[in-house]
Design a protein around this ligand. Structure first.
Ligand code: ADP
Ligand code: CIR
Length: 359
């Protein structure tokens, strides 16, 4: 049972959200009085409460989603809150729906030829997925010893990738110079530091312990360790060759998952800390310049209809710069990995056609 102090904070959080006229988060919408009363006393086996779930969105009223799952059990214990958020974020994925079996798109990448062979619009393409190590909860429930142990475990896996394009080195954040770290962030390879959404979710404890990045020589295959998720596996390169980027990601995911087991839920697919990443966990994106189309007042509406999400040049919660936008698939649950990438592919193809017509 949650303590009276925690219950009081949950009720204060609810009141703060209700009073915030400019707050449009999914948390605010779905954290009704009924849900608060039903869930405020509950606690998972690891001790997580509704307060742990909602505190990021309460502290950050500009959140789009606003909630996180401190552990896997939270998705079931706090279902009356998570289910409607999941349904709205992931294209209507119903409480009775089930994530399809994994299909990364092996043997199908030739269906994704270069979106911009003349290099007129797309600067770079990236596909990432998240994975959680079996046997460990998510950030707020991890101990310092857990972080160190998990890092050692995955470092051991990286050390076995010695041949071919994927071979590289692991660079822990601990000991990395600020200069190197900031350059990696500016070049879009490394996660940023001090994300206020993650901090308020209690996801940055013991930082930089256990955090780091593995990458190959060309920085086309990268793995983030213990940032938002235990692992973020990433493939990226300049230009618009989505098929080649996906092909490399498939190779990377298969190599890693052959050596370490990941948490998967029968209904929700691959488990992640943020409900927006469940299922495939795939975000396939391009950095693209569409001067005419992006200037249209209905640009966001066009992207919404194509099931695309617009982010800024430095990722989530950043602004566009120099007319470059990060355009990706929005939903990650209720479709296969290949379908998620294809959603971005088809949508961006359409946007490029619009741009050509407007010229
Ligand atoms: P995530 O994609 O893992 O959800 P972010 O939105 O914060 O997280 O993006 C992480 C980094 O990846 C940022 O630096 C962002 O600019 C970079 N990035 C995303 N898509 C692309 C792309 N297509 N090309 C180059 N960098 C990209
Ligand atoms: C928010 O609600 O805006 C942040 N908590 C981030 C939510 C979306 N995150 C994501 O897609 N990885």
């Amino acid at each position: 049972m949650a303590s009276p102090d925690v219950i009081k904070k949950i009720e204060e959080g609810y009141a703060k959200l209700q009073a915030a006229k400019d707050c449009n988060s999914l948390l605010k919408k779905h954290l009704t009085k009924k849900v608060v009363d039903e869930l405020k006393g509950k606690k998972t086996k690891l001790g997580a409460t509704l307060l742990d779930v909602i505190q990021s969105g309460v502290a950050n009223l500009d959140s789009g989603v606003g909630l996180y799952a401190p552990d896997a059990e939270s998705y079931t214990l706090f279902k009356p809150l998570f289910d409607p958020v999941i349904q709205e974020y992931h294209n209507g994925f119903a409480p009775t729906a089930k994530q399809p079996a994994t299909d990364l798109g092996e043997g199908k990448t030739s269906q994704l030829p270069d979106l911009d062979p003349e290099g007129k619009y797309i600067q770079s393409t990236r596909v990432r997925c998240g994975r959680s190590l079996q046997g460990y909860p998510f950030n707020p429930c991890l101990t310092e010893a857990n972080y160190t142990e998990m890092e050692a475990k995955v470092k051991g896996v990286f050390e076995q990738i010695t041949e071919g394009e994927l071979a590289g080195s692991y660079y822990p954040l601990k000991g990395m110079t600020k200069e190197v770290q900031n350059q990696l962030i500016a070049d879009h390879f490394l996660f940023k530091e001090g994300d206020r959404f993650l901090q308020a979710a209690n996801a940055c404890r013991f930082w930089p312990t256990g955090r780091g990045i593995f990458h190959n020589k060309n920085k086309t295959f990268l793995v983030w360790v213990n940032e938002e998720d235990h692992l973020r596996i990433i493939s990226m390169q300049n230009g618009g060759n989505v098929g080649a980027v996906l092909e490399r990601l498939i190779k990377g995911v298969k190599t890693i998952e052959a050596k370490v087991p990941f948490s998967r839920d029968d209904r929700l697919g691959w488990l992640t800390f943020c409900p927006s990443n469940l299922g495939t966990t795939v975000r396939a994106s391009v950095h693209i310049k569409l001067p005419k189309t992006s200037a249209r007042p209905d640009f966001k509406k066009i992207c919404d209809e194509l099931k695309l999400q617009i982010r800024g040049i430095h990722g989530e919660h950043s602004e566009s710069a120099g007319g470059v936008y990060d355009i990706s698939n929005k939903a990650r649950l209720g479709l296969t990995e290949f379908e998620a990438v294809k959603q971005m592919y088809d949508g961006v193809k359409h946007l490029i056609e619009l741009e050509k017509k407007a010229a």
